[in-house]
Design a protein around this ligand. Structure first.
Ligand SMILES: Cc1ncc(COP(=O)(O)O)c(C=O)c1O
Length: 425
């Protein structure tokens, strides 16, 4: 069957033909290729078209597709251990590895996705503080949990409206929305709601409005406000963890979160997530404490083995991050200089191996409002051009591209060559 035949038939059995909306290429009004296999930096569709991949399964594949060590760990484990729903040594090994190699991670609870990690972290924060309200930032995404599917209400700085059908007003009445990198706005939220605020959840390097990094002073003041009002600070590192460097975005700021969430890379490409942090908070979790959270598949042995193989390899090879940084810088400066030459208005935001090319006239992109200034028609044209020339990049202006250790200077040069041939006008 061709790509098109498979996708058309998929639509009969799965809404939109997909199991996660962005895969349907709706923003770019194209039909997605149906991916059949991956190897290193390449993915191949059902018609054996080859693409250089800058999506990496939306982050997890930092070691490239089907890394030998990860594949072997999965194969070895599934010979004898698929699922038990009981304690295993593998989950201990991954938990211990993370507690000893990461900062501010004293105890961990494994779950099965980023969504599960963030929603559970918020519940834990509520249970720990005895408060109900949670502050999130416009443009940050923390999964599809009802309490996070909130859009900023027009004109109202902090009161949200449901961001999806099926989300009752009741479920989001305790969710407040703040403006990223705007400390005055956040001070106002705290003045108004601080005493009821259980937690602030933030992507310290946002990837879900494209890449936008929190500013140092903003993060410091945010921490100070949380301390003043006894509010917990949760870093959502589902995307940035093990990505911007091994220790994640929190190592870029001299600020300690109380809780941290991980997923994506920590599962080596298998369904995984975790929330972690201060022991005195984590000990409020059932069976030790009163906050209930459970999972039949949590800590699954095959997932733990894939995660452990991935994290050990990354930890033992710091040169991987140096390589990714070098390639990222090469890609960024190449795009910036070609855009200047060709008069294409862009801002390129990058943090290590995550990067977004924003097609905007603004000088900087530092918040959701800047992101919304982008010309999505130009993005669509750019995306189509890249795909036609064998590059798989995220099919939306508001996402991050990801580099892996398998990318080479040659791949970056090819990217730049194709970018140079992009007809902007
Ligand atoms: C920062 C962040 N948090 C949470 C999530 C949700 O993770 P999942 O898709 O594994 O549920 C995502 C997904 O992209 C994410 O980027």
């Amino acid at each position: 069957m061709t790509n098109l035949e498979i996708f058309e038939e998929s639509k009969k059995y799965m809404p939109g033909g997909v199991n996660s909306p962005v895969r349907a290429f709706k923003d770019v009004e194209l039909t997605p290729p149906v991916i059949n296999r991956g190897e290193g930096v390449y993915i191949y569709d059902k018609e054996e078209n080859k693409y250089i991949d800058f999506v990496g399964a939306w982050g997890p594949m930092i070691l490239g597709h089907c890394d030998e060590d990860v594949v072997n760990a999965i194969k070895e484990t599934c010979e004898t251990a698929i699922a038990f729903g009981a304690p295993t040594e593998l989950e201990l090994q991954l938990a211990k590895h993370m507690c000893t190699t990461l900062d501010n991670v004293e105890m961990i609870r494994m779950v099965n996705s980023g969504t599960e990690a963030t929603m559970s972290a918020v519940k834990l924060a509520r249970g720990y503080t005895g408060k109900d309200k949670v502050l999130k930032f416009a443009g940050c995404y923390h999964g599809h949990f009802e309490g996070f599917l909130v859009s900023a209400g027009s004109g109202l700085l902090t009161e949200g409206i449901p961001g999806s059908a099926g989300v009752p007003q009741e479920s989001i009445k305790n969710t407040l929305i703040g403006q990223y990198n705007d400390i005055e706005n956040i001070r106002e939220v705290f003045r108004k709601y601080g005493k009821d605020l259980a937690a602030v959840i933030i992507e310290p390097v946002a990837g879900n409005m494209g890449v936008v990094k929190a500013e140092d002073s903003f993060m410091k003041e945010l921490r100070a406000l949380c301390d003043e009002y006894s509010t917990l600070l949760i870093f959502d590192e589902v995307m940035s963890g093990f990505r911007v460097n091994y220790k994640g975005a929190q190592s870029l700021f001299k600020v300690k979160p109380d809780l941290v969430t991980y997923a994506k890379i920590m599962g080596g490409g298998l369904p995984c997530g975790a929330y972690c942090g201060r022991k005195d908070i984590m000990e409020k979790l059932s069976p030790l404490g009163p906050v209930y959270q459970a999972g039949t598949m949590s800590g699954n042995p095959i997932v733990m083995a894939a995660g452990l193989a991935t994290l050990k390899k990354l930890h033992n090879n710091p040169q991987y991050y140096e390589k990714i940084e070098k390639l990222g810088a090469m890609l960024q400066s190449g795009i910036e200089s070609i855009s200047k030459e060709k008069n294409i208005p862009v801002v390129v935001n990058r943090c290590g191996g995550m990067m977004t090319i924003f097609f905007t006239n603004r000088d900087k992109v530092r918040c959701y409002d800047d992101v919304m200034s982008c010309d999505v028609k130009v993005f669509k044209k750019f995306f189509t051009h890249m795909l036609k020339n064998g590059f798989n990049i995220p099919p939306s202006q508001y996402e991050a591209m990801f580099l892996s250790v398998k990318h080479s200077e040659e791949d970056i040069e090819k990217f730049l060559e194709i970018f140079r041939s992009f007809q902007y006008n």
